[in-house]
Write a protein that binds this ligand. Structure first.
Ligand code: ZN
Length: 276
């Protein structure tokens, strides 16, 4: 297991953690904090244009772990599903344009009005199968992130690492998984599924689970403030062969999003060294 106690060179910042910053602001704040990798969201890079975003990131010497995010394959009709594939193809081009190591995907939830969760999962499988030839041609790996089951209806019907591993095994090369402690910490099969994912692990995300949690989306905690045994999960992920950056991803409307971004990044670095 890597020793982070005096070294945060493996720390990457998901731009949602310091949501108030635009791309330029994020790049400058990471430089001040000695952070060498980012996972920007699509709207942020689209706002400056992909070629310009790519130049800014390269000029700053930053790594990009993932472009966040695409997927969302489920829709009420064929036209909606095709539109999703088209958007995912654009996301692959954007990820290539900014030099991302992978494109992060979430599945999508139930189509409006539907109660067919099995059908939604089939739509995700079919969407990934349709997208993969484009991803392979562009040499852009797809990182499928299973989300906590509380998001199955509105965001992601792929809810366990086991689900995601099954899809990867079926679909073959070009797709792997992103493991976020927030989404998987509770899973009794976690150790087995992390070992099974092995070299397919393309990303590892950290934050913490607060007790009580007051919002299903925007009440994530800073590492160390909640109940997730982050080091144990990192050990499993690294034992499986993962040695790439670790993304800090904190959606926190009532706390961290209200603070000065430099303070947030400083605390991210401290906690990365002490509890990640
Ligand atoms: Zn995540």
């Amino acid at each position: 297991m890597r020793d982070f106690s005096n070294d945060h060179s493996a720390l990457a910042i998901n731009s949602a953690t310091v949501k108030s910053l635009d791309l330029k602001g994020l790049i400058d704040a990471c430089a001040r904090a000695g952070i060498g990798a980012i996972a920007p969201w699509r709207d942020q890079v689209q706002a400056v244009g992909i070629p310009q975003a790519g130049r800014m990131i390269r000029d700053a010497g930053l790594k990009v772990t993932s472009l966040v995010r695409a997927g969302l394959f489920t829709a009420a009709d064929a036209a909606g599903r095709k539109a999703a594939i088209d958007d995912n193809r654009r996301a692959i081009e954007e990820a290539v344009g900014i030099g991302a190591a992978n494109l992060l995907l979430i599945a999508g939830g139930l189509p409006p009005g539907s109660k067919d969760i099995a059908g939604a999962r089939q739509q995700v499988r079919d969407g990934l199968a349709a997208l993969l030839p484009h991803a392979r041609a562009a040499r852009m790996p797809l990182a499928l992130e299973p989300l906590h089951p509380m998001t199955a209806a509105d965001r992601a019907c792929v809810t366990t690492l086991g689900n995601a591993n099954d899809l990867c095994e079926e679909l073959g090369d070009g797709i792997g998984v992103a493991i976020d402690v927030y989404h998987v910490w509770w899973d009794p099969s976690l150790a087995r599924e992390i070992a099974r994912a092995g070299r397919r692990i393309l990303g590892f995300h950290v934050c913490d689970w607060l007790v009580p949690t007051t919002d299903l989306l925007t009440d994530r905690g800073m590492m160390g403030d909640g109940i997730i045994d982050i080091k144990s999960i990192r050990r499993m992920v690294e034992d499986a062969g993962y040695d790439d950056p670790v993304d800090v991803e904190i959606f926190s409307a009532n706390n961290w999003w209200k603070r000065d971004p430099d303070e947030v990044l400083r605390i991210c670095v401290e906690r990365f060294r002490s509890v990640v």
